[in-house]
Ligand binder design. Sequence first.
Ligand SMILES: [Zn+2]
Ligand SMILES: [Zn+2]
Length: 304
Amino acid sequence: MKHSVFIDNGNWYKGNLHIHTTLSDGKLTPAKRVQAYKDRGYSFIAMTDHNLFASYPEYCSDDFLVLPATERNTSRFPGSYEHIHVVGVSRPAVPEKVTRPQPLPFKEQGNETDWQNLLSDMKADDQIAVIAHPVWTRMSIDRLLTLSDYTGMEIYNTTCERTSYTGRSDYIVDACLREGKKFFIFASDDCHEGENEMFGGWICVKAPKLSHEDIIRQIGAGSFYASTGPQIYDFGMDDDKTVYINCSPCVSVNFITYEKLGYSVTGENLTSGSYRLDGSETFVRCECVDKYGKIAYTNPIFLK
Ligand SMILES: [Zn+2]
Ligand SMILES: [Zn+2]
């Protein structure tokens, strides 16, 4: 019997959870961001201005959601570039009367105790916390391993990739998963400028319907995947520990496991793949790469 990581009955909803607007250092107004993502066929976004929590009920409708959100950060360590940025998406729907951004208290925070305090704060605020662009913030793996209370990590960030080639963090993600950290994998735009920083990375959530509650619940349950291009239709495991995937046409389907090596299938127009685990793996996740080099990323299945 197959056990999919996605819920059985539901629809796919595409969204980007990391966006800046003119309320912080973004170049487009919230209204223009909303229109651009709507025009591109997205179902939901989160506008995550720096150290400012905002909710936008005026842009929510039956076919489009703006989730209440923020991006918070600590200052850099003295003499170092290393710091942390965290995207926080509110779990509870914020009451409709909150239509104006609520500034967050921001204090200088420059050591790893403060990193954890920031994540713990966001948990206390009932937010899904996603560690953003860990390569761009020059986070060391040792320090990342000390952290808890987060839901996810960005494996791809469009703006970091296009402005300083620091958007891909697959090795950091695997280094943390390998040490037993359990979290989900996100791709996002983090757009500050216009279209040149938009529509490059997103998540697709399988949910019963498009509502704040359903999207948040299914993100928390891992019923989603991240992508820069290809689609994933199903991913899961059989009773005999065979991992399977179905995707849009790709040139490689890669099963990533630790400690032992995983397994890759290459070819033209691959739309499925499977791999039988030997039982020693701590996790397995999959990356499907299309002919343009764009990648769809499953969440990990945790095996230990
Ligand atoms: Zn950031
Ligand atoms: Zn950002």
